[in-house]
Design a protein around this ligand. Structure first.
Ligand code: ADP
Ligand code: MG
Length: 520
């Protein structure tokens, strides 16, 4: 027997296996580098499950010639200098291992520019080439071809040529970074095209409606309808300080929070963003940086159970600010209250508000509504009516139709118009080549405003835009009672916080905001 010293190349290849476990884990590393580089736009191409190609193009800070050379060396990183830095880790990658590992097991080409010169470097199975000049704008393109060509044991990951794990990886990172635009092309076909968005919108775009929500100081969560519970945990996303992680503890806590709403053997779908002091968590327990441990498991568990339960409170509206409004201190004149909620048989004209948890109309000022619900809320009625109408149209099961006594005439652009309008819950028929007779409308569109709605629709042919335009234009005047009834409809909406364009519908009024108004 003879002992040989392993070559650097073989050592790297063995180490590489830990970092680059599968095409999806490789993609994760490359994407996180782009995020760390401050990219605003990231474009991704994958072919044949990543075996043939994984290319990531970003518009981040780029690298200079020297950094490019260093970037593919093991333990070369711009992100930490000493092990103290490891303690308070903000960036995603930190081991300075990923690119070296990728380079050891594939044909890797990096092209990068800080804005002026561009440089290109090719590494084939760990053999580093010369830095040449390249062509590109500011940013970096990382292109990986023939993944695992020299590691037969890993090639099995690619054998199935499945793109699903890669798509999920992009979706996960996109969920954590709605401020970045993403595009993903799989085997020549566009799979994702995500514009810069609010977190709310990004979640809806990727996962569909998640109607139950919690927004607290350090928890932001969206929970799917219990009816949508699954047998697997695939639709569970946990982010801690925006890093995607897995925690059986958190999954269990959410399940407990759902209580009897779902069956024992099913798992709820959810997205949870937690903000925790880096010292409260240990993310360095796994080479893939996936599983997280909490310093205080009990506290985290209880906090998440409670947050989940709160998301299912009747109105699913959760108040986050500290302004409190004690109803017992509030008195109103009896005639100010709508008949429905005024307490009967009160001797005195002064009444105490009977239900703390119910909503009380306070005032309507043009399109704004002040309502009391645990505290004073300011509501934009136009935005609220856009949301209510949008959900009536989008979820046909909740749609109510009003039949028209006399059909309303409208022009038809083509025969498809009948079909398009039917999708919106507008029942109509062609009467002549370019004319329509409308027989019924969703109840959220009043007969008087129907033409306004049809106009808004034909301008953009998008439900979300049309309902917002319509609601802004009709700007009707509401009585206190009408405004209250609209608020109650809003409370039943799946997403009662924002209108379909993402605009905030209501907010609690804080005393310091009121004070500022008087200073102006
Ligand atoms: P780490 O991310 O842990 O530092 P990597 O091997 O992933 O290690 O990357 C090495 C270094 O290469 C990074 O520290 C960074 O300086 C540079 N780098 C990698 N990808 C990019 C990119 N897309 N844009 C700019 N710099 C990058
Ligand atoms: Mg990295």
């Amino acid at each position: 027997m003879k002992i040989y010293r392993l070559s650097e190349e073989v050592i790297n290849r063995i180490a590489a296996g830990e970092v680059v476990e599968s095409p999806a884990s490789l993609l994760k590393e490359v994407l996180e580098n782009s995020v760390d580089a401050g990219a605003k736009r990231i474009a991704i191409w994958v072919e044949e499950g990543g075996e043939r190609l994984i290319r990531v193009e970003d518009d981040g800070c780029g690298m200079d010639q020297e950094d490019l050379k260093l970037s593919v060396e093991r333990h070369a990183t711009s992100k930490i200098r000493s092990d103290e830095d490891l303690e308070r880790l903000l960036t995603m990658g930190f081991r300075g291992e990923a690119l070296a590992a990728i380079a050891a097991v594939s044909h890797l080409t990096i092209c990068t520019s800080e804005g002026e010169e561009a440089y290109q470097l090719h590494v084939a199975g760990g053999k580093v080439g010369e830095v040449r000049s390249g062509v590109r704008n500011r940013g970096t393109t990382v292109e990986v071809r023939s993944l695992f060509f020299n590691v037969p044991a890993r090639k099995k990951f690619c054998a199935s040529k499945q793109s699903a794990p890669l798509v999920r990886m992009v979706e996960t990172i996109a969920l954590a970074h709605p401020e970045i635009a993403f595009s993903l092309v799989v085997d020549g076909k566009e799979r994702l095209m995500l514009d810069v968005a609010k977190r709310e919108e990004r979640v809806a775009e990727i996962l569909g409606p998640m109607p139950y929500c919690i927004e607290d100081e350090n928890i932001w969560g969206r929970f799917a309808d219990p009816a949508a519970a699954r047998e697997q945990r695939r639709q569970q996303y946990l982010f801690i300080n925006r890093r995607s992680l897995f925690s059986p503890l958190v999954s269990r806590a959410v399940k407990v929070g759902y209580g009897t709403r779902i069956a024992e053997d099913l798992h709820p779908s959810f997205v949870l963003f937690l903000t925790l002091d880096p010292e409260e968590i240990d993310v360095n327990v796994h080479p893939q940086k996936r599983e997280v441990r909490f310093a205080d498991e009990k506290r985290v568990f209880h906090q998440i159970v409670e947050a989940t339960q709160n998301a299912f409170q009747p109105a699913s509206l959760v108040f986050t600010s500290s302004l409190s409004f004690s109803p017992s201190a509030l008195t109103l004149q009896a005639e100010d209250l709508p008949a429905k909620i005024a307490m009967p048989a009160m001797e005195s004209k002064e009444v105490e508000l009977p239900f703390i948890w119910d909503a009380y109309p306070l005032a309507v000022i043009d399109q704004f509504f002040l309502v009391h619900k645990e505290r004073v809320l300011l509501v934009d009625l136009a935005a609220a009516s856009a949301r209510v109408l949008y959900e009536q149209i989008s979820y046909p099961e909740t749609r109510e139709l009003q039949s028209l006594l006399w059909p309303l005439e409208w022009h038809a652009e083509s025969e498809e118009t009948v079909e398009e309008l039917a999708q919106l819950g507008i029942e109509c028929r062609l009467i002549g080549k370019r004319r329509l007779a409308i027989d019924a409308l969703p109840s959220g569109i009043s007969l008087a405003d129907a033409q306004e709605f049809l106009l808004a629709w034909s301008e953009c042919k998008r439900v979300d835009t049309a309902v917002c335009r319509y609601a802004q234009r009709k700007k009707r005047l509401y009585t206190n009672e009408e405004a209250l009834s609209l608020w109650k409809q809003l409370e039943k909406c799946r997403e009662p916080h924002h209108d379909p364009s993402g605009k905030r519908i209501w907010m609690p009024l804080e005393s310091h905001q009121l004070a500022r108004l008087l200073e102006e």
